[in-house]
Design a protein. Structure first.
Length: 155
C-alpha cells in the first residue's frame, strides 16, 4: 500500500484555510465599497434636501422682511406725508419715530437682495427727508406717487 506523504494533506488544509480567509476579505472589501457608494448617494440626497429647505426658508424670511418693511414704510408715509390733515410736529431726523422702520430695515439687509436693500435705503431716505422737513413735500409727493419710486419684482 502506498502512503501519501504528510505534506499533501497539510498543504490542502492550508489552501482551504487561505481560500476561506481570502473569500472573507474579498467579501468585506466589496461590501465596504458598496456601503460607501450608498452612503455617498444618501448624503448627496440629504444635502440637496437641506439646500431646498434653506432656499425655501430664506425665501419666506425675505418675503416677510419685505412685507414688514413696506407696511411700516407706508404707515409712516401716511402719517407724516399724505394724511397730514392737521399740523403735527415733524419728527427729528434719526429720531425714535423711525426706530420701528430701522428695525425692519435690518431684516431687509439680512435677507434681502442687493437691489431690494438699495431700494429700501432710497425709500427710507425719501421718507425721512420729507417727514422731517415739510419743505420737501413736492419731492416726496413725486416719489410716493411713483415718479421717483423704483419698482421691484422678486424673481
Amino acid at each position: 500500500m502506498a502512503t501519501t506523504p504528510l505534506w499533501v494533506p497539510l498543504a490542502v488544509a492550508g489552501l482551504a484555510v487561505v481560500g476561506t480567509l481570502a473569500g472573507v476579505v474579498f467579501t468585506q472589501i466589496w461590501n465596504s465599497r458598496l456601503e460607501e457608494r450608498r452612503w455617498a448617494r444618501d448624503s448627496e440626497r440629504l444635502r440637496e434636501a437641506q439646500a431646498r429647505e434653506d432656499t425655501n426658508r430664506t425665501y419666506e424670511h425675505r418675503r416677510a422682511a419685505y412685507v414688514d418693511f413696506l407696511q411700516e414704510l407706508e404707515r409712516l408715509e401716511r402719517r407724516y406725508i399724505t394724511l397730514n390733515r392737521e399740523p403735527i410736529e415733524p419728527p427729528a431726523r434719526y429720531g425714535p419715530a423711525f426706530d420701528s422702520l430701522y428695525e425692519r430695515f435690518s431684516a431687509v439687509e439680512l435677507y434681502g437682495t442687493e437691489e431690494a436693500q438699495q431700494m429700501a435705503v432710497v425709500s427710507l431716505v425719501h421718507l425721512e427727508g420729507a417727514a422731517t422737513d415739510p419743505r420737501n413735500s413736492q419731492e416726496a409727493d413725486d416719489f410716493w406717487n411713483g415718479e421717483g419710486r423704483v419698482r421691484y419684482s422678486d424673481p
